[in-house]
Ligand binder design. Structure first.
Ligand SMILES: [Fe+2]
Ligand SMILES: [Fe+2]
Length: 359
């Protein structure tokens, strides 16, 4: 590739904090073989169970599917993990749109692999949710009925091929900041799913950055395309961290339970501090006149996202809300025959196995 290469330290993904390194946490079984309450806890009074749960969280150990947990903890996890799973699946759409139009076989292969990874992330997360007693079928129907949400960012369109790079760099980059602390979340199956997801998100971010860097070394038209794309995605990327902590009523409880490890504002700041030097290395301008280094805080000051836009998108009024759900509903209906065939095959296999047992 012609021109100066990106300095190693500027490459996205290098900034992934230590705890994302796989192998640091020993992955266990996602679903224990036995899901019934162990005998010694069956006789325990509810107060003891609550105490045991709180002590487990307090010493930083994990809650596993067979452990007793408060109903509200379970419900919060189901809501959060389902929303995360839906985001992975709906998130395939904006970029998937560009697979057939990627400019070379290499770019097609990279994009196809990336979009396919996102499908895998959705599946790990639906599986994590199933350990809490919520089936994938049930969660999918809640999504299709518009009763569960997905990340607001996927309601924005991918209008140019540069958006493939920008989504990788900024959207997957913001996802990494949000998700790395979740590798240490208090619920075991969720934390273990996040370890693998974060490894792959890091690849996604790097491929996006590499694509943008290649375009920035191209023609003036390509550079303009990158800048225009960054202008559209910068503010929605900052909104991915959710509203300011003061307006995020569930955050404090999620943090007390060890589900969330950091506040929205802290993670947003971490993302900005990580991204500004990468934007400089790339040669793009981030569209925020208030963005400047604050030597006292040793962090960047930045402007306030338009929260009225954020709430409008959450209400379903974003540019692509209707289109994303309609597409997902259509894809689900088109896949009905596959689900039926898989069930029929599983039934036949079970019958054949039972027959063989009787022989
Ligand atoms: Fe993902
Ligand atoms: Fe990703």
């Amino acid at each position: 590739m012609p021109g100066k290469t990106v300095p190693e330290e500027a490459a996205p993904g290098k900034t992934v904090p230590e705890e994302a390194v796989p192998g640091k946490t020993v992955p266990g079984k996602t679903v224990p073989e036995e899901t019934t309450v162990p005998e010694e806890t069956q006789a325990a009074a509810p107060g003891d169970l609550q105490e045991h749960f709180e002590a487990t969280i307090a010493r930083g150990a994990r809650i596993e599917p067979r452990d007793w947990m408060p109903d509200a903890y379970r419900a919060t996890l189901v809501r959060q993990i389902a929303q995360h799973a839906h985001s992975e699946i709906i998130g395939m759409q904006p970029e998937g749109n560009w697979i057939t139009r990627a400019p070379s076989l290499r770019r097609k292969a990279i994009l196809l692999a990336k979009v396919q990874d996102e499908a895998g992330h959705g599946l790990y997360l639906y599986s994590a949710c199933e350990t809490l007693g919520a089936s994938r079928e049930e969660l999918t129907s809640l999504l299709l009925a518009g009763r569960q949400k997905y990340s607001s960012i996927f309601n924005y369109p991918a209008l140019s091929y540069a958006d493939v790079g920008t989504i990788g760099w900024l959207v997957d980059g913001a996802a990494i900041c949000n998700q790395v602390p979740l590798c240490r979340t208090s619920y075991g199956p969720y934390g273990r799913a996040m370890i693998r997801i974060c490894k792959e998100e890091s690849f996604h971010q790097r491929q996006g950055y590499e694509l943008l860097m290649t375009m920035m070394r191209g023609t003036g038209e390509q550079r303009a395309m990158v800048q225009e794309s960054v202008n559209r995605f910068w503010w929605p990327s900052l909104m991915m961290f959710g509203p300011p902590d003061a307006d995020s009523p569930n955050s404090a409880r999620s943090m007390a339970w060890g589900i969330k490890r950091n506040g929205n504002d802290e993670l947003r700041q971490r993302f900005v501090d990580m991204t500004v030097p990468q934007a400089e290395a790339l040669g793009v301008t981030l569209p925020d006149p208030g963005l400047r280094w604050n030597a006292e805080r040793e962090s960047y000051d930045f402007g306030e996202p338009d929260w009225s836009e954020f709430t409008a998108v959450l209400r379903g009024e974003g540019p692509c809300n209707a289109q994303r759900l309609a597409h997902r509903r259509r894809a689900h209906a088109d896949g009905a025959w596959v689900r039926e065939a898989a069930l029929a095959f599983a039934g036949k296999t079970a019958l054949a196995t039972a027959g063989a047992d009787h022989d």
